[in-house]
Design a protein around this ligand. Structure first.
Ligand code: PNS
Length: 165
């Protein structure tokens, strides 16, 4: 059985991520989503919150495991017994960075292979940063994120909005 890890920031998870997770689940025997906890990066949601939002979005019956990790993605893959790192590709613009990361990961651990899944057409424009911006300015995000994430985003960004808004 091939185990695949899907590492990312997931700040927060959106429909594009869920699409990649579902397709990875159809291909690989076991899928573990890895939520990166990078102490040098500022996130809107803590690692525990991002894990909880992923679990709530996947549902209690999902066979997909979700864990947070620190450090290198290849080490997380090794800890999980995974030989595959899954990454989603939206557009050619993603490829430059993803190509570099996959080559570095291969250099770090040649036993771990990166597999790219192209995103579904409906999600090409989706990114966590754009969603946060749209939500912060009161735009509708409901079709782009699962309900628990829409609720959490509105709650978090409303509490951050300046008084009087
Ligand atoms: O969702 P993101 O922010 O595009 O995910 C990027 C992520 C988490 C996959 C990448 O930053 C990563 O793997 N970070 C862990 C540190 C690491 O392994 N760095 C070397 C890869 S070149």
């Amino acid at each position: 059985m091939t185990t695949a890890v899907y590492p990312g920031s997931f700040d927060p998870v959106h429909q594009g991520h869920l699409d990649i997770i579902e397709r990875a689940r159809q291909i690989f025997g076991r899928v573990v989503v890895g939520v990166l906890e990078n102490p040098t990066k500022r996130y809107l949601f803590s690692a525990d919150e991002r894990v909880a939002l992923l679990r709530a979005s996947l549902g209690a019956d999902s066979p997909v495991a979700v864990r947070s990790f620190q450090g290198l993605a290849v080490e997380f893959a090794a800890e999980e017994g995974a030989s595959v790192i899954v990454r989603g590709l939206r557009a050619v613009s993603d490829l430059d960075n993803e190509f570099q990361m996959s080559l570095m990961n291969r250099r770090l651990n040649p036993a771990v292979h990166t597999v790219f899944l192209t995103t579904s057409f409906a999600n090409v424009f989706l990114s966590s940063s754009l969603l946060k911006e749209v939500c912060a300015f009161g735009g509708r995000i409901d079709e782009m994120v699962p309900p628990p994430v829409a609720e959490a985003l509105r709650e978090r960004l409303a509490t951050r909005a300046p008084a009087g808004r």
